[in-house]
Design a protein around this ligand. Structure first.
Ligand SMILES: [Ca+2]
Length: 421
């Protein structure tokens, strides 16, 4: 079946609620309390940690710890490094070719929950192809037996279709606490309305098996996608969303299945992590204003691009999330923006006062942000100016916080409890 997906249908879809409707089990109503805006927070003057540079990279994007406490670090132009805790770097061979431009390139890296048994790792990246780039999820074996570490048996196990130019890919991975499922963020590529299309894996969070297949028990389990007429050239990141797309093409939809979808209506999810209670949280870059921290629950619709706490880049308004019970509210939001990148929950021993907190990196805000929780309600507890765009933050096995700065010359920083002199 070939389907058009004009704006009028988007409105109809939004009224249909979540994919769970089909199973006669509508999700609980979205909370009606409007979230707090932390956009005007000011950084603390004192940093209760020491930030030590460990190594320097060219546009690093993500880091992952291996069981032996070495790290993998991606560089957006397409390089992968194996790094010791003291900063010795060895380049990893066998990395797939990526299209490095704009927000695209080699993105996330994660060690499989089964790494101790099989040395498997996952990568996400912008994969070039006919019609443009698409987010790809690949799995490979990290072979460290030779003189140079290398990825072996690399296999793309999921692809974001339709392909297209530019935009933000998402690409964050989080594993369920039991290690059985892989959650993947798929950005809406600045195409707006596909974030509400159940047949396009854009603006979604997916729940997959470790092999990249739809996970059993997903809200749309058993459903298959239709052939979709997708937007190839996205409009500029402006309010032009409602206007006709520049160019469309009929795309096969072999893996645009609602069966993969866990949640809908996301813009640019650049952070995904489980807390100690097993709840999944996501950070999302909004448009002009409207960055969000969301508690992710299955079958819920988080509203993009139909509602937002921000406005379009050309200053055209977007209907507000405020008071709107059709869509899941963010748990908190930022306007003006922080540009969140990276999300980690802290459970280490180096900073016992922060156990249970979450940390978010900030690009535009050049900040590290601590989120504390009152029950299940998050609040921005502290913010520190790091003097550089922060691209990633991860809790290390040593209890330190590990950060990546953005851009050429971006440093890997280890934050320890020693106070700065
Ligand atoms: Ca939202």
């Amino acid at each position: 079946m070939v389907r058009l997906f004009p704006t009028a249908m988007i409105v109809m879809l939004a009224g249909c609620g979540s994919p769970q409707d089909a199973k006669q089990s509508a999700p609980a109503p979205a909370p009606t309390a409007d979230p707090v805006n932390y956009g005007a927070s000011t950084p603390a003057k004192v940093k209760p940690f020491k930030a030590s540079p460990v190594a320097t990279f060219d546009s690093p994007w993500a880091l992952a710890f291996l069981p032996d406490r070495r790290l993998l670090v991606t560089e957006k132009p397409g390089r992968l490094w194996l790094v010791t805790a003291t900063g010795a770097k060895t380049q990893v061979g066998g990395v797939p070719s990526v299209h490095f431009e704009g927000q695209g390139g080699l993105l996330f890296v994660a060690a499989s929950p089964t790494f101790a048994q099989n040395n498997q790792v996952y990568l996400t990246y912008s994969e070039p192809g006919e019609g443009g780039d698409g987010l790809a999820l690949a799995r490979a074996t990290l072979d460290t037996s030779g003189a140079q570490p290398a990825l072996k048996n690399l296999e793309v196990i999921w692809r974001q279709l339709p392909r297209g130019k530019g935009g933000q890919f998402g690409g964050y991975i989080a594993f369920s606490p039991d290690g059985r499922y892989l959650f993947l963020t798929s950005g809406e590529r600045q195409r707006f309305t596909p974030a509400q299309d159940p047949d396009q894996a854009l603006g979604k969070i997916l729940r997959l098996t470790l092999d990249g297949k739809p996970a059993p028990g997903n809200p749309g389990a058993g459903k298959t996608g239709g052939t979709t007429i997708g937007i190839i050239d996205p409009p500029e990141n402006t309010g032009a969303a409602a206007k006709a797309p520049v160019r469309t093409a009929t795309m096969p939809a072999p893996n645009l299945t609602p069966a993969e979808t866990w949640s809908t209506g996301h813009r640019n999810p650049y952070g995904l992590a489980f807390d100690s209670k097993g709840q999944l949280w996501e950070t999302e870059m909004g448009p002009q204003g409207g960055d969000e921290l969301n508690l992710i629950e299955p079958g819920r619709n988080y509203g993009w691009p139909l509602v937002s706490y921000g406005k379009n880049y050309d200053d055209t308004p977007i209907p507000s999330h405020k008071g709107n019970t059709r869509f899941q509210q963010p748990a908190l939001y930022w306007n003006p923006i922080i540009a969140p990148a990276g999300l980690t929950f802290y459970d280490g021993s180096m900073f016992p006062q922060w156990r249970g907190s979450a940390f978010i990196g900030g690009l535009a805000s050049t900040a590290l942000i601590r989120i504390a929780f009152d029950g299940n309600v998050p609040r921005e507890a502290e913010r520190w100016d790091m003097g550089a765009r922060i691209r990633a933050v991860m809790t290390g096995p040593d209890g330190a916080l590990w950060l990546l700065e953005d851009g050429d010359g971006g440093r890997l920083l280890r934050l320890t409890a020693d106070r700065a002199g």
